[in-house]
Ligand binder design. Structure first.
Ligand code: CP
Length: 313
């Protein structure tokens, strides 16, 4: 129970590498509590608190789910989602922008294209900083929502066979997801085009905790997987558009693929998707990516509640 000891109080959430299984499970417990609470009781958790957000890259789910989350626990939000309308346009630094936002709010969320940006912001901010996606390496709150979704939909994480498909080189959700999965006893199969294989420099530490197979063939393990985690090929992070065109559309999950999957397997995607999951798959019982987006709101509400309340909730 998170009552007297709350290890997340006023803490920064920068990287899944700072977590362990027990910390993840504490957040899952808090999320289940959020889901069960009556709206009036939920609104007491963050009453009078302000979430400040700074999004230097586009976002739909992360920003809106954080806004929905703070509202659901009785707080409010202020922020910058269109950086070109802020004083950044006049040359104001990230450091000063973070400093100002930390005066106006009780907790900050930052999305930024540079690796290390959230850790830098946390050094400057007087308030807790949550990494809402930085560079190509980290998206910790996405990983929390991904594992929570797996646990809710499969009733466990340990023992599962998990395939991660698509852009494993540039997709930051993949690195946070792999870090989080490495605290559990799972079989992981990575499936990507040769040119988008996982970066070995970023998985060095993860590989000390668990191993995974790598393949270019989507169908090699498809009938054996419990979770198929699909990612978008991140066009915006390719240094050369020609290289993007070569791998665009490499994997498409259509009804032909879902029929080869186990009946009780689930398909996840951090979203947004382009063409890597056909719209016709949305109505299959395996499709859980919209549920996953919903769980993101609850996991973020739980995280905010833990950061803002010394004794938890
Ligand atoms: N999954 C995710 O980070 O989505 P957004 O880019 O829309 O926030």
């Amino acid at each position: 129970m998170i009552q007297s000891m709350n290890e997340f109080f006023q803490k920064d959430i920068i990287s899944v590498r700072d977590f362990d299984k027990q910390k993840l499970e504490s957040i899952f417990d808090a999320t289940n509590k959020i889901i069960k609470l009556k709206p009036n009781d939920r609104r007491e958790i963050g009453r009078g608190k302000t979430l400040g957000y700074l999004f230097y890259e586009p976002s739909t789910r992360t920003r809106l789910s954080f806004e929905a989350a703070i509202a659901s626990i009785g707080g409010t939000s202020i922020g910058i989602s269109n950086i070109s309308s802020s004083s950044t346009q006049k040359g104001e630094s990230l450091a000063d922008t973070v400093r100002i936002m930390s005066i106006y709010s009780d907790v900050l969320v930052l999305r930024h294209p540079l690796d290390g940006s959230s850790r830098f912001a946390a050094e400057i901010s007087e308030k807790s900083v949550i990494n809402g996606g930085s560079g190509t390496e980290e998206h910790p709150t996405q990983a929390i929502q991904d594992l929570f979704t797996i646990k809710k939909e499969k009733n466990k994480i340990d023992g599962l066979k998990i395939g991660i498909v698509g852009d494993l080189k540039y997709g930051r959700t993949v690195y946070s997801l792999l870090s989080a999965l490495s605290y559990y006893d799972v079989d992981v199969h990575l499936i990507s085009p040769e040119s988008l294989k996982i970066r070995t420099d970023s998985t060095y530490e993860i590989k000390k905790r668990f191993s995974f197979t790598e393949s270019t063939d989507l169908e090699e393990y498809i009938d054996d997987l419990d979770v198929v985690y699909v990612t978008r090929i991140q066009k915006e992070r390719f240094p050369d558009e020609e290289e993007y065109i070569k791998v665009k559309g490499s994997y498409v999950i259509g009804l032909d693929i879902t029929k080869k999957m186990k009946d009780d397997a689930i398909i996840l995607h951090p979203l947004p998707r382009l063409d890597e999951i056909s719209a016709e798959v949305d109505n299959t019982k395996q499709a859980k990516y919209f549920k996953q987006a919903e769980y993101g709101m609850y996991t973020r509400a739980a995280l905010l509640g833990l950061i803002l309340n010394e004794k938890g909730f």
